[in-house]
Write a protein that binds this ligand. Structure first.
Ligand code: ADP
Length: 474
C-alpha cells in the first residue's frame, strides 16, 4: 500500500514536471517566434521605406501616378453627371460602382509592387509577396462640396479617437487596438486632389513568411523537441528501472523469508532431537537412540540440500551450464524418472503415461534432465488441493521431442504465468506458507531446457489445472 502510494507520487511528480517543461518550452518558442516575426516585419518595413525614398528621388513618384490620373478623370465625370442631374448625392449602387472602380484602378495601375519586388531582390531577401491595398476613405470633391462615397469603419473610429485625443489631450479612451495581421503596413497614403480625396493603405503579405520564420528558428525548435523527448524517455527509463528494482527487492525479501522458514524446520527438529538424546530415559533405550540419530541424519541431509541449492544458484549465475550429455533412449529414461518419482515424493499421485517414443535416442544431461522433469512433477503434486492426477504426454514434432505434463491442480492466473519462470518468483507472492517453496523450481526448469537448446511453456486456467510443455531438439 505504502509502495503504491510512493509509486503514484513519483509518477504524478514526473508527469507534472514534464507538463511544466513542455509549457515552458512552448512559451519560449512562442516568444522567439514573435520576436522573429517582428524582426522580419521591421526589416521589410525598413527596406520598403528605403525603396519608397529611392522611387521618389529617382522618378519623382510614389508608384500611384497612373492610378490617380484614372481616378481623377472618373471623379470629374461623376461630378459632371451630378451637376447635370442637379443633385448632391449618389445612390448606393453608384457609390459601390465608383468604389469598385477606384479599387480596381489602384490595384491594377500601381507601379510600387514591381519596384519593391526588384528592390527586395537586390537586397538579397525574399521577393515574392502579395500586395494589398486597403481603401479607408473616398470622397468626391468639388469646390466647396464633399460627396462621401466610402468610409471604412476602422478609419472612422481612428479619426474619432484622434479628435478625442486632441480635445482631452489624454490617451484616447476607446481607440481600437490595431488588428494583428500577417500583413506588413508599408505606407498610408492620404491626399486631396482636384476632384477627389483618397485615403488608403499599402500593405504587403509574404505568403511564406511562416516558412521563413520556421527556417530561422528550426535549430532552437529542434533542440526544444529533442530536450523534451530526452526528458520524457529518461523519465520512463528511470521509472521502469525503479519499478523493476522494487520488484526484485520484494522478490529477494520473499525469498529470504521462505528460506528462513525452510531452514528453521530441519534445524529445530535437530535441536529437539539433540535434547532428546540428553535425556537419561532415552539413552538407555538403544532403539530410541537409533531412531533419533536417523532423524538427525535425515534432517541434516535436507539442510545440506537446501544449502547446496543456494550455493548452486550463485554458481549458475556466474557460469553457463556445463552439461555432460549422454545418448539415452528417451522412452525408457522417462519411464525411469517417473517410476522413481512415484516411489519417492509422488506417492499417492495418479500418473497416466501417454507417450511412445519407440527407439528414439536423444542427447541429454541425465542429471539435469531428471531434475527438470522431477521439478515439474513435484509442482503438479504440491500445487494440488485434491487427489493429484497427472497426465504425461509425449510426441515428436519438427525434430523436437515434446513432453507435456498436465495436472488437475490449483492453476495459475494469466499475470503470474508470465513470471513463474523468473528467479524467486512465487505466484501467491511470497510469504504464504501453505505451499512451501523458494521460487526456484521453474527457474531451474527453464534454465535446463534452454541449456539443451529447448524451451518450456505453460498454459493454465485457475481452478482447473496447468499444462507445462518442454520441447528439446534431437
Ligand atoms: P516454488 O514451487 O518453490 O514456489 P517454482 O519456481 O517451482 O517455485 O514455481 C513458481 C510458482 O509457480 C509457484 O510459487 C506456484 O505458484 C506456481 N506453480 C508452479 N507449478 C505449478 C503448478 N503445477 N500448478 C499451479 N501453480 C504452479
Amino acid at each position: 500500500m505504502k509502495c503504491m502510494k510512493k509509486r503514484n507520487t513519483i509518477l504524478l511528480l514526473g508527469i507534472f514536471s514534464i507538463i511544466i517543461l513542455i509549457t515552458a518550452q512552448i512559451i519560449i518558442i512562442r516568444g522567439v517566434w514573435r520576436q522573429k516575426d517582428e524582426m522580419l516585419n521591421l526589416r521589410y518595413r525598413l527596406f520598403s521605406q528605403d525603396a519608397l525614398e529611392l522611387l521618389a528621388r529617382q522618378w519623382s513618384t510614389d508608384g500611384f501616378d497612373t492610378a490617380r490620373m484614372i481616378i481623377s478623370s472618373k471623379s470629374e465625370l461623376m461630378l459632371k453627371m451630378m451637376e447635370e442631374r442637379k443633385t448632391d448625392t449618389l445612390s448606393a449602387s453608384e457609390k459601390k460602382e465608383l468604389f469598385d472602380y477606384v479599387s480596381l484602378a489602384l490595384n491594377k495601375e500601381e507601379d510600387l509592387s514591381a519596384f519593391l519586388s526588384r528592390y527586395f531582390e537586390l537586397r538579397g531577401t525574399d521577393k515574392d509577396f502579395i500586395s494589398k491595398i486597403v481603401i479607408n476613405r473616398f470622397e468626391l470633391v468639388d469646390y466647396n462640396r464633399r460627396i462621401p462615397v466610402y468610409l471604412s469603419e476602422e478609419f472612422a473610429s481612428r479619426m474619432l479617437a484622434r479628435a478625442d485625443t486632441i480635445r482631452r489631450n489624454g490617451p484616447p479612451p476607446n481607440m481600437r487596438r490595431p488588428v494583428r495581421t500577417r500583413e506588413i503596413l508599408i505606407k498610408r497614403f492620404g491626399n486631396e486632389y482636384n476632384y477627389y480625396r483618397l485615403d488608403f493603405e499599402y500593405r504587403i503579405d509574404f505568403s511564406d513568411k511562416q516558412k521563413m520564420i520556421l527556417r530561422e528558428i528550426a535549430a532552437s525548435l529542434a533542440l526544444s523537441l529533442f530536450s523534451i523527448l530526452l526528458v520524457v524517455s529518461l523519465f520512463i527509463i528511470t521509472y521502469k528501472n525503479l519499478m523493476e528494482e522494487k520488484r526484485l527487492s520484494n522478490l529477494k525479501t520473499d525469498f529470504i523469508n521462505n528460506m528462513t522458514h525452510e531452514l528453521k524446520t530441519p534445524l529445530s527438529t535437530i535441536t529437539v532431537a539433540g535434547r532428546t538424546l540428553e535425556m537419561p530415559v532415552i539413552r538407555s533405550n538403544e532403539e530410541k537412540i537409533l531412531e533419533t540419530a536417523k532423524m538427525i541424519g535425515k534432517q541434516s541431509v535436507h539442510l545440506n540440500q537446501l544449502i547446496n541449492m543456494i550455493l548452486e544458484i550463485s554458481m549458475w549465475e556466474r557460469t553457463q551450464f556445463q552439461l555432460e550429455k549422454k545418448r539415452v533412449r528417451i522412452q525408457g529414461f522417462l519411464n525411469e524418472i517417473i517410476d522413481s518419482f512415484k516411489s519417492g515424493g509422488g506417492n499417492g499421485a495418479v500418473i497416466a503415461r501417454n507417450y511412445d517414443f519407440g527407439e528414439l535416442e536423444i542427447e541429454v544431461d541425465p542429471v539435469y534432465f531428471t531434475t527438470m522433469i522431477n521439478n515439474l512433477l513435484s509442482n503438479a503434486v504440491k500445487y494440488c488441493d485434491t487427489e493429484p492426477v497427472i497426465e504425461i504426454e509425449g510426441f515428436t514434432l519438427d525434430n523436437k521431442i515434446n513432453i507435456r505434463i498436465a495436472d488437475n491442480g490449483i492453476g495459475i492466473n494469466k499475470n503470474d504465468q508470465k513470471r513463474i519462470f523468473d528467479k524467486f518468483y512465487r505466484a501467491s507472492s511470497g510469504n504464504i506458507h501453505k505451499y512451501k517453496g523458494l521460487g526456484l523450481g521453474l527457474y531451474y526448469v527453464r534454465k535446463i531446457a534452454e541449456a539443451h537448446e529447448g524451451d518450456v511453456t505453460v498454459s493454465s486456467k485457475p481452478g482447473k489445472g496447468s499444462i507445462f510443455t518442454i520441447t528439446i531438439p534431437y
